[in-house]
Design a protein around this ligand. Structure first.
Ligand SMILES: Nc1nc2c(ncn2[C@@H]2O[C@H](COP(=O)(O)OP(=O)(O)OP(=O)(O)O)[C@@H](O)[C@H]2O)c(=O)[nH]1
Ligand SMILES: *[C@@H]1O[C@H](CO)[C@@H](O)[C@H](O)[C@H]1NC(C)=O
Ligand SMILES: *[C@@H]1O[C@H](CO)[C@@H](O)[C@H](O)[C@H]1NC(C)=O
Ligand SMILES: [Mg+2]
Length: 400
């Protein structure tokens, strides 16, 4: 008799404890402050996190933390936009680092998609790791052979001879065939890949890049609202030996297609003599946020096709950075090009660290302002400011 009474007591006590525990746990999880999770495309991770929190508070002696957590994602609609990365399977751990930076500083709050492109098939490890790291949807595309090979009008012997010469001259990537395919692909094809046709905006990310400040607003929405088409964080002078005839080819294009040249263009950024010669300034294209429909426009396609016919991707070593920059400089109005001073960025060997201490403090920046390249003599960013009649950021003299 005494035994079954004790059992009864245990059962009643256990039930009571369960009810109390349920009550505490459900009221201590601030579910109302995580509304955006419900709309997220990847609900499994956040839910798991919530379960872990409840499981870790079994003792009623622990006082619940009443602090309201910030929402996991920023509310509002998203733009028709994606990140895009061209990479090899062997780039996996370097792109993993880049993704982590982009997610931590920006995309965990926005959950944009990420398109990966490769001239080969992506392997399972690449897909598994990148899918785990990206908060939005990931998509993997193979580049069609026609977009990653020599066009039929290219003289293979001539191209091979150039590679030999460039090797002797120790020009970086001078003897590389794949680097040339890469530059041509980024110049003329990535925006036409079937996976990219679903989007209007892109943000290009390369392996081993870093972001040093929080980005708390939607950069794609900014581009759309301010009517921007192309953007940059770093600009510099191109290595002349890689593009000796690029400007001649550009002038041949402008002669054939004067209708594609914008009235209020950024020629002043590209040339110091009204277009006679190129000053070699370009926006560094390993970072880009831009409009895909502009790249798919007749004007841009005519420009790329004209350059491609001239053969400089193979007979020289034209980079996609000067190609995109010249296109933007001539075929966009200059106010359609945006300098993202607030995006702190690193791609070896240059850093863009925003000028102005208050901005850096407010956005949890971790870059050393002394590393900022903008006001260095080898940067073209001062020219961009001058062309647009913009005041340089306050305090720039002290940070160079
Ligand atoms: N699939 C594929 N991607 C490539 C190939 N070569 C380069 N890439 C990618 O193209 C982009 C530019 O190549 P990088 O090697 O970074 O060229 P870079 O930025 O001029 O030079 P680094 O200073 O070495 O970074 C990166 O996103 C690379 O992952 C290739 O042969 N195949
Ligand atoms: C996104 O943009 C692409 C290219 O302009 C377009 O084809 C597609 O319909 C758009 N998607 C949505 C959801 O608006
Ligand atoms: C000049 O441009 C035209 C039109 O794009 C092109 O057909 C031609 O091949 C170009 N010539 C040279 C030398 O690049
Ligand atoms: Mg790179």
């Amino acid at each position: 008799m005494a035994g079954s009474q004790r059992y009864m007591r245990y059962i009643v006590f256990a039930l009571f404890a369960l009810i109390v525990f349920y009550f505490i746990s459900s009221s201590s999880v601030p579910s109302a402050s995580w509304p955006a999770y419900g709309e997220s495309t990847t609900p499994s991770t956040p839910n798991a996190a919530v379960t872990a929190v409840t499981a870790a508070t079994p003792h009623s002696s622990t006082t619940p933390n009443e602090k309201t957590l910030p929402p996991a994602t920023i509310s509002g609609d998203r733009m028709n936009a994606t990140f895009v990365t061209l990479a090899r399977n062997s780039d996996i751990w370097e792109i993993a680092k880049s993704i982590r930076h982009v997610e931590d500083r920006f995309n965990r709050k926005f959950n944009y998609d990420w398109v990966f492109l490769n001239d080969d098939d992506f392997d399972d490890e690449f897909k598994k790791i990148t899918t785990a790291l990206v908060s939005g949807k990931t998509k993997y595309g193979k580049i069609p052979k026609e977009h990653w090979s020599f066009p039929e009008w290219i003289d293979q012997d001539k191209a091979a001879k150039v590679r030999e010469e460039m090797k002797e001259k120790k020009i970086i990537y001078g003897d590389s065939v794949s680097y040339r395919h890469m530059c041509r692909y980024e110049s003329g094809f990535f925006f036409r890949h079937p996976l990219m046709l679903d989007y209007e905006w892109y943000w290009r990310v390369e392996p081993s890049v870093e972001l040093y400040c929080d980005i708390n607003y939607d950069t794609f929405k900014f581009m759309a609202e301010k009517k921007k088409k192309y953007s940059f964080t770093l600009s510099l002078y191109e290595y002349v030996d890689t593009i000796p005839t690029l400007w001649d080819a550009t002038k041949n294009f402008t002669k054939h297609y004067p209708q594609h040249i914008a009235k209020n263009n950024a020629m002043k950024f590209l040339s110091d003599d009204g277009g006679e010669t190129y000053n070699h300034c370009h926006f560094w294209s390993n970072f880009e946020i831009g409009n895909l429909n502009w790249l798919r426009s007749q004007a841009y396609i005519d420009f790329f096709t004209s350059l491609d016919k001239a053969g400089g991707f193979f007979y020289e070593r034209w980079g996609d950075a000067p190609v995109h920059s010249i296109a933007a400089g001539l075929m966009l109005n200059k106010d359609e090009i945006h300098f993202f001073n607030d995006i702190a960025y690193y791609h070896v060997p240059f850093t863009h660290c925003p000028t102005g201490e208050q901005y850096r403090i407010d956005h949890k920046c971790s870059c050393n302002p002394k590393d900022n390249f903008d006001w260095n003599g080898y940067s073209c960013t001062s020219r961009f400011y001058e062309m647009n009649g913009m005041e340089k950021p306050a305090g720039y003299e002290k940070e160079q």
